[in-house]
Design a protein around this ligand. Sequence first.
Ligand code: ME8
Length: 526
Amino acid sequence: MSNDARYITTPIYYVNDRPHIGHVYTTTLCDVYARAMRMQDFDLFFLTGTDEHGVKVEQSALAKGVTPQELADENSAEFRSIMESFHLTNDDFIRTTAPSHMSQVQHFVTKLLESGDVYLGTFEGWYDEGQEEYHTETNARDLDYTSPISGKPLVRATEQNYYFKLSKYQTAIEALYQSNPAFVRPESRRNEMLGRLREGLQDVPISRTNFSWGIPMPNDEEHVIYVWIDALFNYITGLGLGDVDGEWYKERKKYWPATYHVVGKEILWFHSIIWPAVLMALDLPLPKCIYAHSFWISEGRKMSKSLGNFIDLEKIESYVNEYGSDAWRYYLVTQGPLGATDADFAAEKFHDIYNAHLVNTIGNCASRVTAMIQKYFDGALPSEYNGDDRYTLGGVDWPSRCADAVERWQHSMDAFELDKAIHAAMDLIRDVDLFINDTAPFKLAKDETKQGELGAILYQCLETLRIASTMLKPLLPEKMEAFHQAIGITNKSDAGCNTLDWGYLKSGTAIQKVALYPRIEMSAAT
Ligand code: ME8
């Protein structure tokens, strides 16, 4: 991987469910990061897709009277279409039923068989049928022998299967967690995994014989590869790492190892223990960070179809139609469960955040500044200097204030601290508002002799807003681009689209008055 290459992934989503807020959330987080990196000219690859094998897909297809492939095609297409309709800028959309993925998985499993990391053996354990996951005795006891997801009892199961020698990697995984404390984030999730590591790692089955909808074991057609192993490999098959002839995705190999695998907390075990051990067994570099966010709940309760608080695709669309796609992204990313605790999706809170942050802060400040340039300078951007020193105006050194905010933004984006990155931009906007109150340009406008000072103040305000809006563009692409258009950045290839350096705007540029986010009354629709 070159220094400039970055690779971010979402989980690949099960096709036996329809897309909902959880899927859109994780993908939106990755989208914000991807856009921010591309904006800074990093060579970035963003992968999402669908997880299409397994007993659940086979059973749902049977119940519907279609083939598993037909069901997978239909539901995968729906996931793919949300990426497009929500302007999620993934570079590819991987499907685990694609021949390129399947043959690479077989290649990797063959290597694991050859190295002895995969062997045939017998297993007995507590099995969660809904999740297709085994639990250790201790874990099963803690869960009261019931599935934490479906609430159904765990069943005692015995199988002859192929196993992955996870136990062999106990010391290596412990060393990984010690030497790289940021391998799993946030810290509370890392601590959970450390706790499970202390229980000791046991070998895990990686094949099944109780259904056929999966990738066959390369040496034994009776067995299909366990859906979780099949799915984890997507992160490297999508880059062609298992392509023996080297023809597939040649140009993508440079993106490995991943910068971030972003996942929900419920699948952290697979990503932060099993996946690195598999990669170690294959002698491949490890991802830099597994970031596990928490869950959305809705109106104070776990989302459920029967409670009627489920945020499904139709519900999401009603918010996007009413408030706009920027507002949806803003709420998701700034109010979502990025940290250790679950977050509540509530209609009233959505409405309040929209009004307080988008209407009253960003929208109001942009309209205030552009309106004054219209009114006092006929819409032509005045000069940055007032003859003397611009820094004496209101006591704020705006170029260095902006440079500090940009540095904070860059650092936070890089560290996937999206909330902090957004704060850096929002704080700038709030400071512009305070600066206007302090310097009172509307009073200066009444004094003919203060024209230079008035112009210089408005220049500082607009240039600062341009920089803040550029930092917000990965989150609010629609309206920040509209704002750029209104302040004379009309060409998408224009350096002004992305530059975070002070002084891009030139005096004399025609500035239009903007109204970015309309005030909206709360309706019953959402
Ligand atoms: O687990 N809040 O797929 P999946 C926030 N195929 N995020 C949520 C959420 C919620 N309430 N519900 C779901 C699978 N998510 C496997 C993954 S990866 C190699 C295989 C998001 O369709 C979150 O990212 O059940 C979670 O990890 C993912 O959707 C699970 O999607």
